[in-house]
Design a protein around this ligand. Sequence first.
Ligand code: ZN
Length: 127
Amino acid sequence: MFFKKSSKVNQFRNFALLLVFAGIAIMYVALLFRAHPILMTLFMCIGFIAVLLSSGVYLWVGLLSTKVVPVVCPNCSKPTKVLGRVDLCMHCNEPLTVDPTLEGKAFDKKYNRRSSYKSQESKDHSH
Ligand SMILES: [Zn+2]
């Protein structure tokens, strides 16, 4: 991964911040192509879309943070937030889960994927 291991909220924030800078950088590059209006417009559009996307990510993180579960990390005793079923502690990167069935299992990002949700649900229904 491009980012070092950190909690999901932090990762999304980093990603959004990176997008803002990327968008501004691309729009700056666009100004270098003043002699080529088509290229300039193209770069301007890409840069603008990147900035728009980052605003979208920020909005999304804001909406997601209303769903996070505040917990006290058992490892470092600091309050942290869990997003999804498994997440890492914001302070010490200790894997945490809000799902008791996953407790004690190795941290795995695939538990957050919708497909694994569905396959587990369908298994439960067949019993
Ligand atoms: Zn911790």
